[in-house]
Design a protein around this ligand. Structure first.
Ligand SMILES: C[C@@](CO)(OP(=O)(O)O)[C@H](O)COP(=O)(O)OP(=O)(O)OC[C@H]1O[C@@H](n2ccc(N)nc2=O)[C@H](O)[C@@H]1O
Ligand SMILES: Nc1ncnc2c1ncn2[C@@H]1O[C@H](COP(=O)(O)OP(=O)(O)O)[C@@H](O)[C@H]1O
Length: 277
């Protein structure tokens, strides 16, 4: 029996510029996306009907029915399987846990059944195409236009989620401006990690302000990250509430994570390497 395992890394929007809105209400984005070395794990086994079991420290509250993106992905690719999802990423957290799980399921089921992944996966969610591509990418349109970006260095980061779940549509609805500038085109080249992080500084996550308006604790997370020794940049990912801090070494990131975990026992804190693959 073919058993296939897959990894569904956290997705981090290093930038998230909202540049317009379509007639159907979806927003046009320009986002630089990378992936962490931390995430969920899935295992798929052939079965005559799809069955999902969710385990792991972040399993509570995650849907186990047809609402789970793992089950939706299996239906889209047309393969039935016994699927175990080991959940490590907080849900509704702006780090694309569900989308990354969906993309990992598509890859694993394609390998298990010897079929190809459908070309149009946008129906699963705007973040699924970028998660399926994997690696540093520029994401435009509403998420369907994904271009790999070369030259993004590996980054040492700390992810912090204060334990508030934010609904993505509500955060988009809180935007006060929707026609904001895109990132430069083409993107510059960065000689090293320091140049990359200083370029990142003036870029934005346009969803950060409406997310803070909905959950002011996000501002506290950003300030707390910036206060840790060696933090070069702190920003929210996606529609929040997870924020990332960037550091110039694994030691700095790990020391900051240790301190934050001690000082803020209610927050989810994780040191990770971004774009390490
Ligand atoms: C904001 C982002 C940035 O990467 O990340 P997350 O916060 O979800 O991690 C994504 O665009 C989210 O992608 P995803 O979570 O897959 O979105 P979907 O399920 O397709 O859409 C959820 C809702 O978000 C809004 N939405 C999403 C994408 C987009 N380009 N414009 C939107 O306005 C719509 O209200 C939509 O109904
Ligand atoms: N595999 C999954 N993991 C987590 N949440 C999921 C999954 N499948 C569907 N969901 C639903 O999707 C919602 C958004 O979750 P997630 O993709 O983690 O957030 P975000 O879009 O903020 O990155 C959750 O509230 C949950 O109800």
């Amino acid at each position: 029996m073919t058993v296939v395992e897959g990894f569904a890394p956290a997705k981090i929007n290093l930038t998230l510029h909202v540049t317009g809105r379509r007639g159907d209400g979806y927003h046009l984005l320009d986002s630089l996306v990378v992936f962490a070395d931390f995430g969920d794990r899935i295992t798929v086994r052939p079965a005559t009907a799809t069955r999902l079991t969710v385990t792991g420290p972040m399993a509570p509250g995650v849907p186990v029915d047809a609402g789970n993106l793992v089950v939706k992905a299996a239906a889209l690719i047309g393969v039935t399987a016994d699927i175990t999802l080991e959940k490590h990423l907080p849900a509704a957290a702006g780090i694309g846990g569900g989308s990354s799980d969906g993309a990992a399921t598509l890859r694993a089921l394609a390998e298990m059944a010897g079929v190809t992944v459908p070309r149009d996966v946008l129906s699963l969610g705007a973040d699924v195409p970028v998660c399926l591509a994997g690696g540093a990418a520029r994401m435009r349109g509403i998420g369907e236009d994904v271009t790999p970006v070369a030259g993004v260095p590996p980054l040492y980061a700390v992810l912090v989620n204060p334990g508030v779940a934010l609904a993505t549509p509500a955060v988009f609805a809180g935007l006060t401006t929707r026609d904001n500038p895109a990132m430069p085109n083409p993107l510059p080249t960065w000689p090293d990690a320091a140049a990359f992080v200083s370029w990142l500084g003036p870029q934005r996550n346009d969803l950060q302000a409406p997310a803070i308006a909905a959950e002011p604790v996000i501002a506290e997370v950003l300030e707390t990250l910036l206060d840790t020794p060696g933090c070069q940049l702190a920003r929210m990912s996606g529609s929040g509430a997870t924020c990332f801090g960037l550091y110039d070494s694994a030691e700095c990131a790990s020391a900051a994570a240790g301190r934050l975990a001690q000082d803020r026992p209610g927050w989810w804190v994780m040191a990770t390497r971004l774009n390490a693959a």
